[in-house]
Design a protein around this ligand. Structure first.
Ligand SMILES: *Cc1c(COP(=O)(O)O)cnc(C)c1O
Length: 418
C-alpha cells in the first residue's frame, strides 16, 4: 500500500487512487535502474503532498508580491540555507520548476539570443538544454558542441580548449545525462577562464554524489551550478541554481521575473527536507554505496561480455553498448522491463543507429542503493540483465526473471510503501 496512505483519494477518486497504488507496487517489485530516478523518503512525500501547494509567493523571501508569506518565507529560507551549507556556495536559488527551466534561466541571465554557448553534444552524453539543435537553447542561441574521444569514450579537453578558443562562447556547460566518468571541473574552469566564459556545471545527475563526497565538487571552479533535486540528490522533482556572490543577482532575476511566476512551495518544503537528509552523515554512506554498486554492476556486466562506454564507471551510471550482443537498445530495454528490470535505451557516442533505436542502454544504481541493495547483489542483477537480453521475445523466460526479481525486492523496504 502507498505510504502516506491515501484514503481520501481512494474515496473521492478510486480510479486515480488505483493507478497510484499500481505505480507504488510497480516501483516496489522492480529493480529500477533508470539513472535519473530514485526513491524519496516518506518525509519528502509528505512535504510534497502538503497544503503549501495552495500558496502563491511570487518574488523572494521578504520581497513578495502577495501577502500571507509568514510561513512560506521561512520555508524557502530554510531550503536556501541548507543548500548553501550542503554545497558550500555563496548563493542558492531553489525556485526553478525543474532542471530544464533552471538551465534556461542561465541563458537568460548570461546570454542574448544569438550569442554563443558551448555544451556537450546530446549523443555524446550531454543534455538537450546544453545547446542541442531541437531545443530552444540550440534554436535561439549559436551553439557549438564538444564530444568524447572515440577510443576512450571520455571528453577530450584539448578539443574543448581548441573549440572554445575558436568560437569564444560566453557560456560553457559541463556535465550531462549519460557521462559515466568523473567531470574534470578544474580543467573546464581553466578553458573558461582563458576565453572569458561563464562556466556552468550542470550536476543534475551527480548532485547527490557531490553532496555525499563521492564525486569532486564544482564549487570554486564553476561560477554557476545547476542541478535537479530528484536524481541522486533524492529530493522532490525540482531544481536549484547555485552560484558565487558575483553571479547571484543575475540568476535570481532570470528565474523570477525573467522566466517563472510563483514558486512551487510544496516542492520547496520537500527540497528543504531532502537537503536536511543530505546533511546527515548517513547520506555520505549512501553516496559512496551508489558508486560502489555501479562499479560492481559494471564489473559483473564486463565479465558477461558486455561492452561499456569508457570501459566502466566512476559514478552512479553505466552506459552499455549492446553492439557486440547483436541487439538494439530498444528491444533490450523492453525485454528487461518485462523481466522486472527498468532501464532506458540510450545512444552511445558515435552511435551508427537511429536515436529512436540506438545501440545502448543506460543503467544507474541510485534507486537500488536507496532500497538497500549492495555489491553482493550486483552479479545477480547483471545475470538477470544478461538473461533478459538473450530472451527477447521469449515472454515465458522474461516473466520467470520478473518473478525472481520481485522475490528479491520483496526483502528490501521501499519508502512510500508499507
Ligand atoms: C535531467 C537533466 C536535466 C533536466 O531536468 P528536468 O527536470 O528533466 O527538466 C538537465 N540537465 C541534466 C544534465 C540532466 O541530467
Amino acid at each position: 500500500m502507498h505510504e502516506p496512505a491515501i484514503p481520501s483519494l481512494t474515496g473521492a477518486d478510486p480510479e486515480v487512487a488505483r493507478l497510484v497504488q499500481a505505480e507504488a507496487r510497480r516501483q516496489f517489485e522492480k529493480v529500477r535502474l533508470i539513472a535519473s530516478e530514485n526513491y524519496v523518503s516518506t518525509a519528502v512525500l509528505e512535504a510534497t503532498g502538503s497544503v503549501l501547494t495552495n500558496k502563491y509567493s511570487e518574488g523572494y523571501a521578504g520581497r513578495r508580491y502577495y501577502e500571507g508569506q509568514q510561513v512560506v518565507d521561512p520555508v524557502e529560507e530554510l531550503a536556501v540555507t541548507r543548500a548553501r551549507t550542503l554545497f558550500g556556495v555563496d548563493h542558492a536559488n531553489v525556485q526553478p520548476y525543474s532542471g530544464s527551466p533552471a538551465n534556461l534561466a542561465v541563458y537568460l541571465a548570461f546570454l542574448e539570443p544569438g550569442d554563443t554557448v558551448m555544451g556537450m553534444a546530446l549523443p555524446a552524453g550531454g543534455h538537450l538544454t546544453h545547446g542541442w539543435g531541437v531545443s530552444a537553447t540550440g534554436k535561439w542561441f549559436r551553439s557549438v558542441q564538444y564530444g568524447v574521444r572515440k577510443e576512450t569514450g571520455v571528453v577530450d579537453l584539448d578539443e574543448v580548449r581548441d573549440l572554445a578558443r575558436a568560437e569564444r562562447p560566453k557560456v560553457i556547460f559541463c556535465g550531462g545525462t549519460a557521462i559515466p566518468r568523473t567531470i574534470d571541473f578544474p580543467a573546464f574552469a581553466e578553458v573558461a577562464r582563458e576565453v572569458g566564459a561563464v562556466l556552468v556545471a550542470d550536476i543534475a545527475h551527480i548532485a547527490g554524489l557531490v553532496a555525499g563526497g563521492a564525486h569532486p565538487s564544482p564549487v570554486g571552479h564553476a561560477q554557476v551550478i545547476t542541478t535537479t533535486t530528484h536524481k541522486t540528490l533524492r529530493g522532490p522533482r525540482g531544481a536549484m541554481i547555485l552560484s558565487d556572490a558575483e553571479h547571484a543577482k543575475a540568476v535570481d532575476k532570470a528565474v523570477f521575473p525573467g522566466l517563472q511566476g510563483g514558486p512551487h512551495n510544496h516542492t520547496t518544503a520537500a527540497i528543504a527536507v531532502a537537503l536536511g537528509e543530505a546533511l546527515d552523515p548517513g547520506f555520505g554512506l549512501y553516496a559512496h554505496a551508489v558508486v560502489q554498486n555501479a562499479k560492481a554492476l559494471a564489473a559483473a556486466l564486463v565479465e558477461r561480455g558486455f561492452e561499456l562506454v569508457s570501459g566502466g564507471t566512476d559514478n552512479h551510471l553505466v552506459l552499455v553498448d549492446l553492439t557486440s550482443k547483436g541487439i538494439g537498445g530498444k528491444p533490450a530495454a523492453k525485454a528487461m522491463d518485462r523481466a522486472g528490470i527498468e532501464a532506458n535505451y540510450n545512444t552511445v557516442p558515435f552511435d551508427p543507429r537511429k536515436p529512436f533505436d540506438p545501440s545502448g542502454v543506460r543503467l544507474g544504481t541510485a534507486a537500488i542503493t536507496t532500497r538497500g541493495l549492495t555489491v553482493e547483489q550486483m552479479p545477480q542483477v547483471a545475470a538477470w540483465i544478461d538473461r533478459a537480453v538473450a530472451a527477447v521475445g521469449d515472454e515465458g523466460e522474461l516473466d520467470r526473471i520478473a518473478a525472481e526479481v520481485a522475490e528479491l525486492m520483496a526483502g528490501y523496504p521501499m519508502p512510500g510503501w508499507a
